[in-house]
Write a protein that binds this ligand. Structure first.
Ligand code: GLN
Ligand code: ZN
Length: 765
């Protein structure tokens, strides 16, 4: 009999209960027992929801107070010494590793001051995990038994679950060596780790678990030979142990085909593959599967919000049943549903037709069940018919198709994506306009988003203040920021972005073809959740989006003010994209909308325009090959379509952060000036990579994520170091990123010191 399975469910709760509880605990507003109670309630709620939906295989241990990878580090005692010396409780140790901890001494507790572990993007998603950090002194041992406890908790409710664990090879491969052990290869720790996995697996078996899901998502990457060998070794080892639960080896976010040799013949009961993301792997995977193994068909999208097409999905599952038999097929979500919002029923403001296109995590449970019933010959005619109708109506919806937009995308040519003259010719024309000194200073765009700004925005959204009153307020904020920048002597000013709630949503709200949720939160990291806008149809810009604020800012100063926009790739990556057209098409539509905005800014007298692309790197396909090289080309082209409509003398800036950038990739954008995150990179080789970058760069000089204020001398030291391998003529001086999360006090001092340091170097050169 075909079974239905879910690989993981969002843990944040339908109303962000987890965020409220964890932050409440951090702020001392609730006790640890109250926090644990919220966790338990959320788990109970999720299990019951899945049980009631009729899901056969329900996950446990998919819950986490912070991050599931960090949970494993705690479980296996992969805790750097700096966190153990304070005698913190396990949960406080977990939070200290995840987010750092600074606490004054009290009568009963010691003072604590420790920074967080590194946080990295989870494959190509917008989820971030806390990186396992290994040292030669790491003492592997089990700390507690979270997976077993949560299995038993569900059992007590009468729900038999399949515990989820990140597999040993992915856990090691995604980790890194700590500063004190840089020559340590994490994969060399496999032998020490395997007995701990076995121990936890046998405990699960004793507790009554019959199956476990072990995730090895690294199987969709270009795995080096030693990692492929580690996969073989680990699962062969588990096969040799007796009395372990049956293992489903789960992969997602791509194809496993290039790593099939490592998986073929392994003693695992089932293999899960993502057929939403990589349907092309079907035949090869089925051919490779052993004659007793089960295939878990990941067919309900764990990464996007579109309603499933039951007919199409059922056909794929039926193909698997034909080859393997019903008993060896499971219908599953493509990945954990962690990456989708919790419940569409919480959306009160969506247009009814558009709402009908979507399916959030709760709705996806029903989808898995209906497909399973359908391929098992049960009567789901009504559901199938409703689904077919809905899928068909989306295809024809007036919200989706815009012939003018399609025609315009088709008309994009080389000329549209090329500036009139090359950089060497543009530069002197720009210098004539701006007459900037050496080491020009600027910022990335946003200034502190104060409480006052949020209050006024809320008032405006609720209608308690008029549009005129709000505009007046925004202008007064802009004026404050302009005067401040003039006062400390910055060279290229910004308006401070006080009118923006979020750098993508703000533009999305003004672009036709976008939809927004009121409660569609998705965990990004820890207690930080995002609410991605949804690209529903062809995208176009009915009118100017940012001109008013920039023009006002420029009208009150004689210094150049940068117009600020979010680039096409970032708008695409930080939204839920369409699944009915490719990403390139969506990027080009956004590029055209932004091109009009860039041109309007220029026409309104704005001479410097920055188009931010912080998500450029994260869009890079996970594997080398044609898809990746195509991305390099179209992502850069989209940026150039947006920015190439301006005169030579208009200066185009761009900004990148959150990633290690390849200078060659940025070069293809042909921006006149780029600013990149740099404050935490002191590797001389990395600096040298940018030496031959032809255009100008601002290497971000201080970390805007921290309230710490660098002194003038610190800036001088940092700049001197960079100058050893980077030329002064191309050197811009700026922070790492926007200042919106900072307070005014530290912003004022940090920027003042930064400008003083730039002045110091001007005198030297
Ligand atoms: N201009 C944006 C800001 O300053 C850039 C933000 C980002 O790169 N994440 O806030
Ligand atoms: Zn940034």
């Amino acid at each position: 009999m075909v079974q239905s399975a879910v690989l993981g469910f969002p843990r944040i709760g339908p109303n962000r209960e987890l965020k409220k509880a964890t932050e409440g605990y951090w702020n001392g507003k609730i006790t640890v027992d109250e926090l644990f109670k919220v966790g338990k309630d959320l788990r109970t709620q999720n299990w019951k929801l899945q049980k009631e939906a009729g899901v056969d295989i329900i996950p446990s241990n998919d819950f986490s107070f912070y991050d599931q990878v960090l949970d494993l580090s705690l479980l296996f005692n992969v805790i750097p010494d700096r966190y153990t010396k304070y005698d913190l409780s396990p949960i406080d140790t977990l939070f200290a590793m995840g987010r750092g901890l600074q606490r004054k001494a009290t009568e009963t507790e010691k003072a604590v001051d420790v920074t967080a572990l590194e946080m990295v993007k989870w494959f190509d998603s917008n989820y971030h995990y806390v990186r396992p950090t290994f040292s030669k002194t790491t003492q592997f041992k089990l700390n507690g038994q979270k997976p077993v406890d949560e299995f038993l908790e569900a059992k007590e409710l009468g729900i038999h679950t399949r515990p989820v664990l990140l597999g040993p090879v992915s856990y090691l491969f995604l980790g890194k060596a700590d500063k004190d052990s840089l020559d340590l290869e994490p994969l060399s720790l496999l032998e020490q780790l395997l007995p701990l996995y076995t121990e936890i697996l046998s405990k699960l078996a004793s507790a009554g678990a019959t199956e476990v899901q072990i995730d090895e998502p690294v199987l969709v990457l270009d795995l080096p030979a030693n990692a492929q060998a580690a996969i073989k070794k680990a699962y062969t080892y588990f096969g040799e142990q007796s009395n372990l639960p049956k293992i489903t080896l789960a992969t997602y976010f791509g194809t496993v085909v290039p790593n099939l040799d490592a998986i073929k013949g392994l003693p695992v009961a089932a293999l899960h593959v993502d057929l939403v993301r990589a349907p092309e792997q079907f035949d090869e995977v089925v051919a490779a599967i052993g004659n007793k193994q089960t295939l878990s068909v990941g067919i309900v999208d764990g990464r996007n919000i579109w309603k499933n097409d039951f007919k199409k999905s059922s056909a794929i599952v039926n193909k698997a049943i034909e080859k393997l038999g019903a008993d060896r097929v499971v219908v599953a979500t493509s990945s954990s549903l962690l990456h989708t919002p919790v419940d569409l029923n919480n959306e009160t403001k969506l247009d009814a037709e558009i709402k009908g296109f979507f399916s959030f995590a709760t709705q996806k449970l029903d989808e898995v069940v209906v497909i399973t019933k359908n391929v098992s010959g049960q009567d789901v005619a009504a559901a199938l018919e409703a689904n077919a109708k809905s899928v068909e109506s989306r295809g024809k919806s007036k919200f989706i198709h815009d012939a003018a937009v399609k025609a315009r995308v088709a008309s994009i040519d080389e000329k549209m994506s090329t500036r009139a003259a090359p950089f060497e010719q543009r530069l002197p024309e720009q210098q004539k306009v701006f007459n900037l000194p050496l080491f020009p200073t600027t910022t990335i765009g946003s200034f502190p988003q104060t409480k006052d700004i949020r209050i006024n925005r809320n008032k405006f959204n609720k209608g308690t203040i008029s549009a005129e009153e709000y505009e007046k307020f925004i202008n007064s904020e802009i004026e404050k920021v302009i005067r401040f920048q003039e006062e400390i002597g910055l060279d290229v000013l910004v308006h401070g972005e006080p009118e923006r709630n979020d750098m993508v949503q703000y533009f999305g709200e003004q672009i036709n073809g976008y939809a927004f949720t009121v409660n569609g939160w998705v965990q990004s990291y820890g207690s930080r959740y995002v609410r991605p806008p949804i690209i529903v149809g062809d995208l176009s810009r009915p009118k100017a989006m940012s001109v008013k604020e920039s023009v006002y800012a420029q009208s009150i100063t004689s210094k150049p003010v940068k117009g600020m926009l979010t680039g096409p790739i970032t708008c695409l990556r930080w939204s839920f994209p369409r699944d009915d057209v490719d990403q390139k098409t969506q990027a080009m539509q956004l590029a055209l909308a932004l091109r009009d905005e860039v041109n309007d800014l220029e026409a309104a007298g704005i001479k410097v325009i920055q188009v931010d692309e912080p998500a450029l790197r994260e869009g890079l396909p996970l594997r080398e090959g044609t898809e990746r090289s195509a991305y390099y080309t179209w992502a850069a082209e989209a940026f150039r379509v947006a920015t190439s409509g301006v005169a030579n003398k208009t200066q185009i800036h761009s900004h990148f952060c959150y990633s290690d950038l390849d200078p060659n990739h940025i070069k293809a954008l042909d921006a006149d000036v780029v600013s990149i995150e740099f404050s935490k990179k002191d590797d001389a080789n990395y600096i040298a990579e940018f030496k031959n970058y032809p255009n100008h760069i601002g290497l971000g000089l201080f970390d805007i994520h921290s309230p710490r204020i660098p002194s003038k001398d610190e800036f001088i030291a940092k700049i001197s170091t960079i100058l050893k391998s980077y030329p002064a003529e191309k050197f811009w001086v700026n922070p790492d990123c926007g200042l919106k999360t900072r307070g005014w006090e530290e912003t004022r001092l940090s920027l003042t010191h930064m400008v003083e340091a730039a002045k110091y170097f001007r005198e030297q050169y």
